[in-house]
Design a binder for this molecule. Structure first.
Ligand code: 13P
Length: 252
């Protein structure tokens, strides 16, 4: 049985003070229920410290949204896996479509980041997903499974068990147009079959695949009850304590 993983990707929102307040509100709303769900908050780098303090004593984990693959070096503006670890993060989002789309992040870079994150002892969440154009051209399987294969290249089976995947169709992100549970489940099933084919049932049965893209309290339960959907990666609805808590409860 896979433990659902619900993560809030706060993207480039919230000052440190606002982030601390939001994290405290979420921790207090979720203090009594939902031990069956693993919950992660991923604020911007500048709010990691504030959120870490707000989450002290709570089972909610901390994550970052991006990192470089090198441990240190002349990489202006970048942050290393080791630096992320020192902020108290245990999770790291990698290969989000906004990074691929706006910062030209490639499959090869996502693969290097994934290996570096695993070496550092972080739990990566690797995002994959097709654009609307690719979906309409019948390329879902090629694109999504291609991204998964490229990201996981050279990663050992025990390491695979420390990571999660997030299927985030690009056309559903921030658009209010969520994939239907059937549409999402179809792609999650394809990803799981591909994992089964490449790594066997041990990895395929254990690796969590989150869904992301316009998840809200109203549609979360139906998405999360699909056989191959193991929680969600939440953007907009993670920026309000009550809606994020309601989404977490939908995964309980
Ligand atoms: P929205 O929930 O705002 O659509 O964003 C999803 C997302 O990109 C999470 O990483």
């Amino acid at each position: 049985m896979r433990r659902p993983l619900v993560a809030g990707n706060w993207k480039m929102y919230k000052s440190a003070a606002e982030a601390g307040t939001l994290a405290r509100a979420i921790a207090s709303l979720l203090s009594r229920d939902c031990e069956t769900v693993e919950v992660v908050l991923c604020p911007p780098f500048t709010s990691l410290q504030a959120v870490r303090e707000a989450l002290a004593g709570s089972p909610i984990a901390l994550g970052a949204q991006n990192m470089h693959w090198e441990s240190e070096g002349a990489f202006t503006g970048e942050i290393s896996p080791q630096m992320i670890l020192t902020t108290g993060c245990s999770y790291i989002i990698l290969g989000h479509s906004e990074r691929r789309q706006y910062f030209a992040e490639t499959d090869e870079q996502v693969n290097r980041k994934l290996k570096a994150a695993l070496r550092a002892g972080l739990s990566p969440i690797v995002c994959v997903g097709e654009t609307l154009e690719q979906r309409e051209a019948g390329q879902i399987e090629t694109v999504v499974l291609g991204q998964v294969r490229a990201a996981l290249q050279g990663v050992s089976e025990p390491e695979l068990l420390k990571m999660a995947l997030a299927y985030e169709p690009v056309w559903a992100i921030g658009t209010g147009r969520t994939a239907t549970p059937a549409q999402a489940e179809e792609v999650h099933g394809l990803i799981r079959s591909s994992l089964r084919q490449h790594y066997g049932e041990g990895v395929a049965g254990a690796l969590r695949i989150q869904y992301g893209g316009s998840v809200k309290p109203e549609n979360a339960a139906e998405l999360f009850t699909q056989q191959n959907i193991d929680g969600g990666l939440i953007g907009g609805a993670a920026l309000k304590a009550d809606s994020f808590a309601a989404i977490v409860r939908a995964a309980c």
